[in-house]
Design a protein around this ligand. Sequence first.
Ligand SMILES: Cc1ncc(COP(=O)(O)O)c(C=O)c1O
Length: 387
Amino acid sequence: MSFDFDREISRLDSHALKYTARLSMFGDKDVQPMWVADMDFAAPKVVTNALIERARHPIYGYTQTPESVYESLVDWMRERHGWAIQREWIVLTPGVVPSINMSVLALTQPGDGVIAQPPVYAPLFSAATKTNRTLILNPLRFDGQRYAIDFEHLESCAAKAKMLLLCSPHNPVGRVWREDELKQLLAIARRHNLTIISDEIHADLVYPEFHHHTLASLADNAADIITAVAPSKTFNIPGLGLSALIVPDAERRQAIMKILDMIHVNTANPFSLTAFEAAYRAGAPWLEALLVYLHETRDEAARFIAQHLPRIRLIAPEATFLLWLDCRDLGMNDAALKHFMAHDARLGLSPGSQFGAQGAGFMRMNIAAPRRAVMDALQRLSAAISN
Ligand SMILES: Cc1ncc(COP(=O)(O)O)c(C=O)c1O
């Protein structure tokens, strides 16, 4: 089977947020968009074909999720991640972010402490702040090359908290947490009776030198761990909106399902069900090819940055299609950096400060696009810095 990730596909007429929101986000509707974390690649043909087939049935009514959808996730978790989950543990949700928010609402009380580890994907902060919980920050440690969890500080945070939000692999810094790191984190959480929500949406997008461990698979008893997964990032179908929580503990599961029921988001749209199952059942060959392509792009980008962008340091990702760029040597504040990227380099990147104060001076660049476009972007950045 061959897959063409070099194919350039215009998204201009498809209401793609990454493209249409450029004017409001960057003050320029033509910057090269490398911000929103979706891919400029066609989704797997097996998914498109299944959707076309579903669309041929001209009635798009309410659905009841078939058992085969749950089974596709059970099989995927076993085959790709070596984790034997039970069908009963799965709660389908309309997205990972809503599912984290619902879990916070279901399992903590207003005022309770919720830990997040910045720099991190911003909705993990708002899962605490928008629900009137107390956000407790345990910033990652950064030695100039690599990020790590600050376990000492985590221990003191945990004493005041009820819940820990883990991003694994970690967006935006690209870390794949090692087994020993996850076990240490788990031990701290256990000492303080924390429930952990492990956002593993990027778990399938790991580079070959690294291995993702599902946190719950490392625990003898995973009752206090809630794992969020989805085919959305993996197969480039995030707009379809269907993800899953894996909740082994019946009591916690009931509490989350009560919220889903209360706000009435417990049925999925028919296209999301079709794509979810098709992707997990038949998308693996496409994913394998994607990972090879992304790996080559990551390495080519890294070489270019090392040779031509001496004032930018790449924190090379172990997972995800996102490059975390340390731009502090350019000596600009965040507003100036964003303006420079958009107006001088004509690039729409995610400002690092979006991920917390620790991200100031950094930029996140999405490289899930045809390689020519990624390399053009880096060339433009190099020329803009030289000027
Ligand atoms: C760590 C993480 N969690 C969740 C999401 C979004 O999930 P969803 O679109 O299913 O709400 C993203 C998207 O970038 C992400 O990086």
